[in-house]
Every structure is written in C-alpha cells, then in structure tokens.
Design a protein around this ligand. Structure first.
Ligand SMILES: Cc1cc2nc3c(=O)[nH]c(=O)nc-3n(C[C@H](O)[C@H](O)[C@H](O)COP(=O)(O)OP(=O)(O)OC[C@H]3O[C@@H](n4cnc5c(N)ncnc54)[C@H](O)[C@@H]3O)c2cc1C
Length: 376
C-alpha cells in the first residue's frame, strides 16, 4: 500500500495536520512514543494568549480563535476555550514590560491598566509592596488540550487514517517517485512526508537529506503545588510577574507555575533541573504570600524555535515531497488548527487557505527557504 501522506509525529501538529489531510487522502501517522502528545503537547501551559508571540504568530492565532470558538460540526461536544484572563503585575521601576503589553491592546482584545488595589483584590495573595502597576488582559483563555488532541486523533481515524505508536522513523529514502519510510521492524511507502516531529524536526529533516532549519529546542520548567493558603482559586486569572516572566494559574484546585525559562538543549525526553525548580519556588515566595511547601508534580517541556520565532510550514526546496510543520515555539497548541489547514491546502492545492492570505500571510512567510536567506 502506498499512502498519500506519512506524518511523522503525533503531537498536536501531526495529529491536526493528519486530520485535515485525511479528509481527501490516505494518511498514516508514525509516532515514536506509545501514545500521542507525550512530548511538548502534553506538557504545555494550555493557554490561548492572542497577544503572545511575534506578529506572524498573533495573525495565525487570530484565525485559530475562530476555529476554537466554532469547531466543525461533530468535531467536539464541549467548549475548547475557557475564559481565564491574565493579570500582569510589576513593582515600581520594573514596569517597562507592562507598557509593551499595553501597546498590544486592540478593540477586539483589550489590555487595560488597573489599579494596584484592584489587582490585589483579584489576587489577594500578591505581596502589596511588589505590585506597583498592574495590567489585565481579559481575552486570555485556557485551552482544553487533551480534548483537542483527542478530537483530532478521533476525527482522523473516523476519516480512515491510521496511527501507529512505538514506531520511530529511522530512515527515509526517496526512490522512483515515492518515499520509503523505515522504522526498526517495518518499511512504509508514501508519496509525501509531513515532518511534524516537534523538537526532532531537524533530525527527521536530516534523514530525508533536507537542509537544517536551525531548530533550537528550549527547556521550560513547570511545577504544580498545593494552594493550602485559604485563598479561593476558582476565578483566579493567570498571574504573571512581568519582569521575570514567571506565571501561575489554577488547575483542579491546585496552582501550576512556570519559571518561563528557555534553556537551549537537544531534542530529548526533557526533565526539570532541580535548580530551576528551586528558583521557581523561591520566586513565587518572593512575589506572593503563598508558601510553596509541597511540590506535587514537576516537569519540563521543549519549545522549539527557529531564528525568527515564526513557524516553518511548507515544502522543502531541496528534497521532493517533503513538508515541514515545525518551529511552533511556545504557541503550537494555539496555532495548530490554522497551520494544519495550511499544510493540507499547500499539499492538496498548492496555496494557503483564503483566511490566511486575507490576513496578509504568504507562503514565503512560512517557508523554510526564508531561513537560509541573509537577514537584513
Ligand atoms: C512548558 C510549556 C508551556 C507551553 N505553553 C503553551 C501554551 O500555553 N499555548 C500554546 O499554544 N503552546 C504552548 N506550548 C508550546 C506547545 O506545547 C508546542 O508548540 C506544541 O506542543 C508543539 O507540538 P508538536 O506536535 O510540534 O510537538 P510534540 O508534541 O513534541 O510532538 C512531536 C512528536 O513527534 C514524535 N517524533 C519525533 N521524532 C520522531 C520520529 N523519528 N519518528 C516518529 N515520531 C517522532 C515525538 O515523539 C512527538 O510525539 C508550551 C510548551 C511548553 C514546553
């Protein structure tokens, strides 16, 4: 059997692209791990933050928001976004980041300055002497990542797609107009490869003979801790400390917090460093009245960037029928619905979806070729 497409990787990128492609094509996903979403997708902060990332990323996410709020019929039966809001605070003299944030305000996504008193009433556990200024962004939401990933995988299978886990792609060779894709025990054949291998995308590119896109996986540390402090967490927004970038939000009666670190590393099943966890706990205690006595869970995940921090989507220029879907950085869950449609349309009709073109996004903006051109 010759598949139309083999997708390498069953994170949110691979699963969403495979879902879109499977509507019209025979698609196989090969995944190294036993289940989808084991790496970056399963370790994210699960936020929809419309003003986070560069202009390209924000434009893509504006389109994704329409999908999240109006998913296709039968795709899902519960909301994908849950309003969370974000409160950013800074001490006096450390508030330049807040001005930058305020400058991103738009009529559809208001970002407003609020008083320190109001900030303390929203998050009473903040240390008052650390809250000089505060900014509230209501348009930030939680994404139900597990449900989203599950819906993509289920929809993909309903469209006749196949997903094989514990099946790491070890070699790729293009012969007589199609790809031979070998794992330890099997060889599969496809017309086109979709490289959705997350932090491993450059390695998979190298297997195919493609030039490197210069992908750098960066480690980010997260902890969950008990909020045994008597504060009500129910309606708490995401709370971010503007200077350090450390952020925290409630999840199932606990708090999760991230150091917002971005330490370059190699593609791997990344684990948190003890020092990062200790620094994070210390920062939370400096900024808040919450004692971090008991860390319930700690983890790290990889956010993989190319040099301009925009995603890489499109056909490789050296190698035939080899498509990149990589470099989603810290925005890959939010961007997935839009980038998946981009991959499918590029593969099936050679163009980007109309809504992306109308938003001023071109094939060249996403193409890997831009990365080999000298920056002006
Ligand atoms: C701490 C943290 C917080 C984040 N917060 C957010 C957020 O709030 N909002 C947001 O939108 N994004 C966030 N992100 C980013 C988001 O998680 C990623 O951009 C996204 O998950 C990337 O998805 P992916 O499918 O490309 O990668 P992955 O989920 O890593 O999937 C890639 C898959 O490819 C597989 N693979 C690799 N090599 C091979 C091979 N040779 N053969 C077969 N399979 C292979 C891997 O096993 C893996 O399952 C965050 C990330 C982190 C780490």
């Amino acid at each position: 059997m010759i598949y139309d497409f083999i997708v390498v990787g069953a994170g949110i990128a691979g699963a969403s692209a495979a879902y879109e492609l499977a509507e019209h094509s025979k698609v196989l996903i090969l995944e190294s791990e036993s289940q989808p979403g084991y790496h970056s997708t399963g370790r994210s902060a699960a936020l929809f933050t419309p003003n986070f990332g560069n202009r390209m990323v924000c434009s893509i996410n504006k389109i994704s928001e329409l999908f999240f709020n109006n998913p296709p019929a039968h795709f899902i039966d519960s909301p994908l976004l849950k309003p969370r809001g974000a409160l950013s605070v800074a001490a006096h003299g450390q508030d330049t980041e807040l001005d930058q944030l305020l400058s991103l305000s738009t009529p559809s996504h208001l970002i407003e300055e609020i008083t320190a008193v109001d900030a303390l009433s929203i998050a009473p556990f903040l240390r008052a002497d650390r809250v000089g200024r505060a900014v509230l962004e209501k348009g930030v939401s939680d994404i139900d990542v597990a449900t989203l990933l599950h819906a993509y995988v289920k929809g993909f299978k309903n469209r006749g797609g196949e997903l094989i886990g514990n099946e790491a792609v070890e070699s790729l060779s293009y012969k007589n107009g199609s790809w031979l894709v070998s794992t330890r025990n099997h060889t599969y054949q496809a017309q086109t490869i979709i490289n959705a291998a997350g932090a491993w995308a450059d390695q998979v590119g190298a297997l195919a003979g493609a030039a490197s896109i210069g992908l750098v996986p960066k480690r980010r540390t997260v902890i969950t801790f008990d909020a045994t402090t008597g504060y009500s967490l129910g309606d708490l927004p995401l709370v971010e400390f503007a200077r350090s970038g450390v952020y925290m939000k409630p999840e199932s009666g606990k708090l999760i917090a991230s150091l917002a670190d971005a330490t370059p590393t190699s593609p791997q099943d990344v684990q948190p460093e003890e020092l990062d966890v200790a620094v994070l706990a210390d920062q939370i205690q400096q900024e808040t009245l919450i004692p971090v006595n008991r860390i319930l869970h700690r983890w790290a995940g990889l956010r993989s960037f190319v040099k301009d921090e925009s995603p890489v989507v499109g056909f490789d220029h050296l190698v035939p029928n080899f498509v990149w879907l990589a470099g989603q950085g810290g925005y890959g869950i939010m961007m997935a619905p839009t980038l998946a449609r981009a991959v499918a349309q590029l593969c099936l009709s050679g163009s980007l979806p109309k809504d992306m073109l109308s938003a001023g996004i071109s094939i060249d903006d996403l193409d890997a070729k831009r990365l080999s051109e000298p920056t002006v």
